[in-house]
Design a protein around this ligand. Structure first.
Ligand SMILES: [Zn+2]
Ligand SMILES: [Zn+2]
Length: 222
């Protein structure tokens, strides 16, 4: 129950920021995760073993190490990986790594947790009081539909994870995506030679709809 309330408020805060709320949460939590893991590098054996088995973080997450404040943590973790590589070089055989990057694993866990949480929020009075921490809280669907909504990759994942997509969420997300498709089609049509006048009649947002489309098609996870 405690986790549910923490997630509820984290989501509410993320919905007030621009962009996909889940991408916002992931960016914040993964920063904190990497920070925490490096800080506890010696005491957390599970993490160190996982890190070693994965051959370190993936390229994307390893970037955080370059600017990390604790050089000793980065050195200790990096030496493990380097030693494994040196052994492999000697044998002229590079081991196959079965573990995925620990930060990527953590990201998958967060995604699954939040997407199921969002998909469980029903748009009816009974469910509202169950989800909200107390009766004065705003129900999840109410603040969620004021956000920019999930990016395409996250909505696609939600459909994969959730047993059932609630009506309010389906309406909110899919009507936006359908409108985006219409706006994009109009943009393409009006970009044709001789349609200069039609193009000029587009709103400022519609003139650069391709930017909005490109942003929605990719996740904003760092
Ligand atoms: Zn997203
Ligand atoms: Zn990673």
């Amino acid at each position: 129950m405690v986790d549910k309330h923490v997630n509820f408020f984290a989501l509410q805060k993320a919905c007030e920021k621009p962009g996909c709320p889940l991408c916002t949460i992931i960016n914040e939590r993964i920063d904190r995760y990497i920070d925490g893991m490096l800080f506890e590098h010696i005491s957390d054996r599970t993490f160190r073993a996982q890190y070693r088995a994965a051959g370190g973080f993936c390229n994307r997450h390893a970037e955080a190490l370059l600017s990390y404040r604790d050089g000793l943590a980065v050195a200790i973790l990096g030496r493990d990986t380097l030693q494994d590589y040196l052994a492999d070089f000697k044998k002229k055989k590079i081991r196959k790594r079965k573990e995925i990057c620990p930060a990527c694993a953590e990201q998958l866990r967060i995604e699954k947790e939040f997407l199921t949480f969002i998909a469980e929020a029903e748009d009816n009075k009974k469910a509202e009081t169950e989800t909200a921490a107390n009766s004065e809280d705003i129900p999840l669907p109410e603040f969620f539909v004021k956000s920019d909504g999930l990016c395409i990759p996250h909505y696609a994942k939600l459909i994969t994870y959730a047993k059932k997509v609630p009506k309010w969420l389906k309406n909110f997300q899919e009507s936006y995506f359908a409108k985006l498709e219409e706006r994009t089609s109009r943009f393409i049509e009006f970009s044709a030679w001789g349609r200069q006048k039609d193009f000029e009649s587009l709103s400022d947002a519609d003139k650069v709809v391709w930017k909005e489309l490109a942003a929605t098609l990719r996740s904003q996870v760092k």
